[in-house]
Design a protein around this ligand. Structure first.
Ligand code: USQ
Length: 382
């Protein structure tokens, strides 16, 4: 399949490009390096430098023999989106090209505006390009489990049957996000659902939880092809952050009561979920939704696991409770469904001690580059 990856430079974008090309697909990537620019502006570098796309594509071709075509440009610009569609003519598109950080979206008015415009602008251009160039194209959109929030009832896989005054109908599961970033993902889903109904597009919306890890089946021995590894408060996700904090001797930053529970997954599983979705399209006129995670943990569970694994490496880890800079429930019910991807054949990589030890050992190699001053800044939601 000819698969175009929007946001191909990111934490998930480049690993997905290598994974899909290794599985026999013809892959192109597009990116405007927005995430690199924001990280530079906010002075929050990743743990180690990562080459730009042309260089990554060159390195990947030299070790694997697979070519990945690179487009550089801002996909909010219609000309850029149309050039990419005209030149590559994708049969499927993986859409990661969004500002991915909840804290960044809550930083200030400028950051909020950028998040809103970028995330919705790219999604909207993609929808328009699909209609103009290939209405059959399968759009695989990265959504987030955070769209659902933390309701007091079980979270279904995208849809809920409602009985009201003796009649029944099926609706998108209610959404109530906890940050502007997560709210843009809800708006993406609404846009896609509208155009699925009106123009018969075919879409898979992947409600993904926080991802951890750096190794994939394609990069394990290739240091230059590892993804960004962020551990700062803005772009780092909680487990990756705790691993770096444990190595740096920085007390683990548990926000509030630490009972916040989310669905997590290994980066290897993200790649398999995306590939399985691409290889089993839903069909025209369908919006298919999968909840993309493999197991749930509270923040306290993760802190305990990291502390125990780090202890076995002789690291003495302190767990600290700090005032929660976010506005979120710190103790709550959480029971989301997640059978769709397992039914397609996903074989999860769970968070074992071995996985944690591998992450800790990897970060230890980069210990000297850890900047403690970027770990916690206290970006407040209120
Ligand atoms: N948390 C801490 N301490 C920290 C960092 C986070 O207690 O040092 C807590 C947060 O308050 C939150 C939970 O850990 O309750 C998860 O936070 P996170 O920063 O790992 O994840 P989040 O901001 O929700 O966003 C991340 C990705 C986003 C993706 C989302 C999936 O950045 O792109 O959509 O995970 S989900 O959380 O399911 O919405």
């Amino acid at each position: 399949m000819r698969i175009l990856i929007l946001g191909g430079d990111g934490y998930l974008g480049w690993p997905t490009a290598m994974h899909l090309s290794k599985h026999g697909h013809d892959v192109a990537v597009a990116d405007n390096y927005l995430k690199r620019r924001l990280a530079e502006e906010e002075r929050v570098p990743a743990l180690y430098p990562v080459p730009e796309l042309e260089e990554k594509a060159r390195l990947w071709e030299s070790v694997s023999g697979f070519k990945v075509k690179v487009f550089t440009g801002d996909l909010q610009e219609w000309d850029v989106m149309t050039t990419v569609f005209r030149e590559f003519d994708p049969e499927a598109v993986v859409h990661y090209a969004e500002q991915p950080s909840a804290p960044y979206s809550m930083l200030n008015r400028k950051a909020a505006t950028l998040t809103l415009h970028n995330n919705l602008g790219v999604t909207f251009n993609l929808i328009q390009a699909a209609r103009q160039f290939n209405p059959e194209v399968h759009i695989v959109k990265l959504g987030t489990m955070g769209e659902y929030g933390t309701p007091e009832i079980d979270i279904e896989e995208g849809w809920i049957d409602i009985e009201h005054k003796g009649r029944r109908d099926r609706f998108l599961y209610p959404r109530q996000a906890g940050s502007l970033y997560h709210t843009t993902k809800i708006m993406d889903t609404d846009l896609l659902w509208f155009y699925v109904r009106i123009w018969d597009l075919q879409v898979t919306d992947l409600m993904q939880g926080p991802v951890y890890g750096m190794y994939t089946c394609e990069n394990e021995s290739l240091e230059d092809l590892l993804p960004f590894f962020c551990y700062d408060e803005i772009f780092g996700t909680v487990l990756n952050r705790f691993v770096v904090q444990a190595v740096a001797g920085y007390p683990l930053t548990v926000y509030g009561k630490g009972g916040q529970t989310r669905g997590y997954l290994n980066i290897k599983d993200t790649l398999n979920c995306v590939r399985l979705s691409l290889e089993h399209p839903p069909g025209k006129g369908k919006l298919r939704i999968f909840n993309q995670f493999t197991e749930t943990f509270s923040v306290n569970d993760l802190a305990a696991k990291v502390s125990e694994a780090a202890g076995s490496l002789g690291l003495n880890v302190e767990i600290q409770t700090i005032n929660n800079p976010r506005k979120e429930k710190e103790e709550h019910y959480y029971n989301p469904e997640h059978t769709g991807l397992l039914d397609l054949g996903l074989q999860p990589h769970y968070l074992t001690d071995d996985i944690l030890l591998g992450m800790l050992e990897f970060v230890k190699k980069h210990e000297k580059s850890i900047r403690k001053d970027i770990i916690f800044k206290g970006i407040s939601w209120t």
